[in-house]
Design a protein around this ligand. Structure first.
Ligand code: 5AD
Ligand code: FES
Length: 367
């Protein structure tokens, strides 16, 4: 197999097979890796254009009923101080995103499904829609819920939902989660189906560079995105957190930052090449590895950036992983700093636009 033959297939829009995707993910030569990113960038230009879209993200609570072995805000981490931003402040931050021209926002928190929480989210969604004249797009990322809850939140104004599958290798999934009713691979897959049924544009994703994860696992993840007709992808590097059970694998599995970043960028590139018209986020975790990690994500095929719109006083305790960037910056600093850096790499920003996944609209047309 050689890289030029694979590139030719990409140019001629011939679908790659599994072995070819694995070959690309395993590239070692820095020049070839750069060529891969450039190829993915071409595919991005052809299919979704050169615009980066902003989603102001508000991480409004770290109370969580889950106990994922990798996550810094897992229920059993007693060293994390728990916080819940008052509804009116969450609303304020979302409206701030709208006024900053972001076009779209994301609300994320630790997972809860009690009725107090479900009601509170519903109220916030309605109020944000009201205060922005129905113009701000809202994505939510609030974990596994019932179809009824998903429908209520959809009706209240959310139209996109992010729920990562984390890994599509069931055995690996069961290694990185407790095996119990709350952490169940099939439930997670079923939730993705429910979200589609409720009408959302559906986003999922995986962590890249998990202990025990193979290149074949990553290719299977990409095939899973395709088979399930996923509209948006949010995936990022797995970063160790000392206060979690998975820290035990650190000495055998931790990659240096640049190596992990390259792995994540290659995954973004191959996903763009294979899926073409989906939205792909350059996630914040990329920036934990290199200051300009998110721009590198855009240059490897991503087209979405999620600037942090959470009020600074609350940021410190939303540490899913170590070295989370920008916890000291306020939202307007994030905006200015990102805008400069994105324009610096020659992209334009889709201000005041929802920036929906073209895939979603293509999927609507063909169904
Ligand atoms: N490193 C990277 N990503 C993480 N997440 C949770 N913990 C980590 C970590 N240590 C991701 C999961 C989850 C999302 C909200 O954050 O993929 O779905
Ligand atoms: Fe599951 Fe945080 S506890 S991702």
């Amino acid at each position: 197999m050689n890289i030029q033959e694979i590139f030719e297939k990409i140019d001629n829009e011939i679908e790659l097979n599994k072995a070819e995707m694995m070959f690309l993910l395993d590239l070692k030569n820095p020049e070839e890796i750069e060529q891969l990113f450039a190829k993915a960038y071409d595919v991005k230009l052809k299919n979704v254009g050169q615009k980066a879209y902003f989603r102001g993200i508000v991480e409004f609570s770290n109370y969580c009923v889950k106990d994922c072995f990798y996550c810094g805000i897992r229920k059993s981490n007693k060293n994390t101080e728990r916080f819940q931003i008052p509804e009116e402040d969450v609303i304020k931050s979302a409206v701030w995103s709208y006024n900053a021209g972001y076009g779209s926002s994301v609300l994320q928190s630790g997972e809860r499904s009690d009725s107090e929480f479900v009601d509170s989210v519903e109220r916030m969604l309605k109020e944000i829609k009201k205060q922005t004249d129905n113009k701000l797009g809202i994505t939510i990322s609030l974990g596994e819920q019932t179809l009824e809850t998903y429908k209520r939140w959809f009706e209240a104004g959310a139209h996109r939902y992010l729920l990562r599958i984390e890994t599509t290798n069931k055995e690996l999934f069961n290694k990185i989660h407790p095996v119990d009713e709350l952490h169940n691979f099939e439930t997670r897959i079923n939730c993705l189906k429910l979200l589609k049924k409720a009408g959302y544009q559906v986003g999922t994703g995986v962590m890249i560079g998990l202990p025990f994860q193979t290149t074949e696992d990553l290719v299977n993840d990409i095939l899973f995105f395709k088979e399930n007709d996923i509209d948006m992808i949010g995936m990022g590097p797995y970063i160790f957190h000392e206060e979690t059970p998975m820290a035990q694998y650190r000495k055998d599995w931790e990659l240096d930052k640049e190596a992990l970043l390259t792995k994540a960028l290659k995954m973004i590139a191959v996903t763009r090449i294979y899926l073409k018209d989906v939205n792909i986020a350059a996630t914040t975790a990329l920036q934990a590895l290199r200051h300009t990690g998110r721009e590198a994500g855009l240059q490897a095929g991503a087209n979405i950036i999620m600037p942090n719109s959470t009020d600074t006083q609350y940021r410190e305790n939303y540490q899913l992983y170590e070295n989370k960037p920008c916890t000291d910056e306020n939202a307007s600093m994030c905006r200015g700093c990102l805008q400069r850096r994105i324009e610096g790499i020659g992209e334009t920003i889709g201000f005041n636009e929802w920036g929906d996944s073209p895939h979603f609209h293509n999927r609507q047309k063909s169904s």
